[in-house]
Write a protein that binds this ligand. Structure first.
Ligand code: GTP
Ligand code: SPV
Ligand code: MN
Length: 615
């Protein structure tokens, strides 16, 4: 169908939007082409206004996709319950369709682009029947930044539109930039659930068949069958990381899975820290940290993605391209993350958490006492005697960054901030110490390349299984992982000009004792690690040279007031050379898999690590 068909005029207010609000023929032609393929009943060009958001929310409430929460307890907030088989990113169904298989590299699923196009054309044909096709123009990054990019997502899910309205700068603001001549990334999404005439919709339409496909050469994204998170909110992982990393490689900057904060010490020392942890491993918590040490302040700039570039003075700068938070709910509480709890006071969409009897939300870890009765994330009655969790382990909240009570005013500054420290970290029960500083930029790149973490519920897979997750980007690098490492090394070469290198650290909040308990209190006490980093950046203190880098000298590390046994402190603040050697040799499995694209510097760092273990 085409957008001017009379059948496509459901009401006067939507009709107004049938006239494409752009003079860009290429954009109109693309939307027409997708509409001809997917045959929606109508087309809605999103302007990003509050009126539009309200109209969409009304639609979502009518289809019971959004359940309004109690207006006093959680104003203007909603609960969404997904289909039980659409609860997280699907890495096994995520494809990088580069012309050549070697460009995707051995850690991505590759598919020949022609073959994928043919599969997708078959799946997308008629896929929006009975639905509205929404055209969602959006920006990744604030207006005016050198790295800001434009995307247009076509979707048939109003839940996705509302979420994109929170997670990105969506609507007119992006269309104006396209109008001004900007290129945009094409992102096409369908839930894959066409509606027959008179057929009543389900609250969470989706399809058991799922494809999250990326075409790096043509900068296109095609997503089929899921409405959940990174599978469907295509500005996030698909654009800002997978396609973003390809653009960044080509243009000489970095698109990374990192949170971004500004830390101020009691003496007024300021540092900007970017940290890459795998999914559900503590980025949001770090980004909103409430330091337990007096006088310290952490301000939030971003919680999931950082785009970084070298400015005219040779400094590495970073900004958060998103405008909202899509954070993990379970484990979030007044004691672990009070800032998140404050931020979620209202205007929030919760997905797959539990519903309380008074119309509020609950998840595991929110309160010490479990409520006597809940409706769980599947819609079933739940009591503390129930065997399964009330909230899905990957349940999430979607809320505007503006509402974050610790957001730094610069969070949307197009100039970004100068990065003083880069932190890598994983969830490791053993081996890796609480903190170590890399010996050099190349050693830091090696630590990032070989980092490992135990699997979480943020993606499918065996929970707790240790996997290498280079730069916390394993599911997100849109090109050959070995080239990603080489790209990081080349950024280091370019930083030589100014000599202003961010320091590189590796942290592990997740060491466990023999009984499986966490040895380190974590959360607000992580400021103690940050304090050590700031002392190192200032150059005031030395450290202990070990095979994994420089560890704190125990006398330089602030453990005052912590109830930490000497044995625990020793376990997390030292390394066992034999364990590090085992780990370094285990990393060789990944290096061998990556093969010819592994930079020689990375093998050299691996050899040096093993060498030092023998000394
Ligand atoms: P994505 O949004 O999936 O990319 O994840 P994220 O890295 O932002 O994850 P988040 O900060 O939401 O981490 C979620 C999980 O990590 C929760 O289970 C937290 O309780 C746990 N967590 C975060 N920080 C700490 C810490 O310092 N110590 C411990 N033990 N757990 C932590
Ligand atoms: C992650 O899994 O790293 C997330 C959530 O940040 S999602 O957007 O679903 O990818
Ligand atoms: Mn993430």
């Amino acid at each position: 169908m085409n957008s001017t068909s009379p059948k496509a005029t459901p009401s006067s207010s939507s009709a107004a939007r049938l006239v494409p609000p752009t003079t860009r023929e290429d954009l109109r032609e693309w939307v027409d082409q997708i509409a001809r393929l997917t045959t929606p009943d109508q087309i809605h060009w999103c302007d990003g206004s509050m009126t539009e958001r309200q109209e969409l929310v009304d639609v979502l409430v009518a289809t019971e996709t959004l359940i309004p929460l109690d207006g006093e307890l959680r104003p203007n907030s909603f609960l969404a319950r997904s289909a039980p088989d659409d609860v997280a990113r699907v890495e096994g169904r995520t494809f990088i369709c580069s012309e050549s298989e070697s460009d995707a590299g051995p850690t991505n699923n590759w598919c020949d682009p022609a073959e994928m196009r043919s599969t997708l054309t078959g799946l997308f044909a008629g896929s929006m029947r009975g639905r509205t096709l929404y055209v969602v123009p959006f920006l990744m990054g604030p207006v005016g930044s050198p790295v800001t990019r434009v995307g247009v997502e076509i979707t048939d899910s109003p839940y996705v539109v509302v979420s994109m309205g929170t997670m990105t700068r969506m609507g007119r603001v992006a269309l104006d930039i396209i109008e001004g001549g900007a290129d945009w990334v094409q992102a096409v999404h369908t839930v894959g659930a066409p509606l027959g005439k008179g057929e009543v919709d389900v609250p969470w339409p989706c399809n058991p068949t799922k494809y999250i496909s990326h075409f790096p050469e043509t900068r296109e994204i095609w997503s089929y069958g899921s409405a959940y998170g990174g599978n469907a909110l295509l500005g996030k992982k698909a654009f800002a990381l997978r396609i973003g990393s390809v653009i960044a490689r080509d243009e000489g900057w970095l698109a990374e899975h990192m949170m971004l904060v500004r830390v101020t010490s009691p003496e007024g020392q300021v540092a900007h820290i970017a940290a890459a942890f795998p999914s559900a491993c503590g980025k949001t918590n770090f980004a909103m940290m409430q330091p337990t040490l007096p006088g310290w302040q952490v301000e939030t700039l971003g919680d999931d993605i950082a785009w970084m570039w070298i400015d005219d003075n040779g400094l590495l700068r970073a900004l958060n391209p998103e405008a909202g938070l899509f954070g993990v709910a379970p484990g979030t509480s007044d004691s672990t993350n009070p800032v998140a709890i404050q931020t979620l006071w209202g205007n929030t969409v919760f997905t797959n958490v539990a519903l309380t009897d008074d119309g509020d939300v609950w998840w595991e870890g929110l309160t010490k006492e479990k409520p006597d009765h809940l409706i769980d994330w599947t819609g079933a009655d739940w009591t503390p005697a129930s065997k399964s969790p009330a909230a899905h382990p990957n349940s999430r909240f979607t809320v505007a960054m503006d509402q974050c009570t610790t957001a730094a005013s610069e969070w949307s500054d197009p100039r970004g901030v100068v990065v003083d420290a880069i932190v890598f970290g994983g969830r490791r029960s053993d081996t890796m110490p609480l903190v170590t500083e890399a010996r050099s930029w190349a050693h830091g790149v090696y630590l990032g390349a070989t980092m490992a973490s135990e699997r979480t519920a943020a993606a499918e897979g065996t929970l707790g299984e240790l996997r290498r997750d280079p730069f916390a980007m394993s599911p997100f690098t849109g090109y050959n992982v070995g080239e990603h490492w080489a790209h990081w090394l080349s950024i280091g070469e370019r930083l030589r000009v100014s000599g202003r290198f961010p320091r590189i650290f590796h942290v592990n909040w997740f060491r466990r004792g023999d009984g499986g308990e966490f040895l380190w209190p974590g959360f607000g006490d992580n400021v103690r690690v940050v304090k050590w980093m700031m002392d190192r950046i200032r150059g005031d203190i030395g450290g202990v040279d070990t095979p994994v880098g420089t560890l704190p000298h125990p006398s330089d590390f602030d453990l005052d007031g912590l109830n930490l046994s000497a044995a625990s402190a020793n376990a997390i603040l030292s390394v066992d050379a034999a364990e590090i050697e085992v780990d370094a040799r285990d990393s060789q499995t990944l290096l061998n898999l990556v093969g010819s694209t592994v930079p020689s510097e990375i093998w050299a760092e691996n050899a040096e690590t093993i060498d030092k273990c023998g000394q």
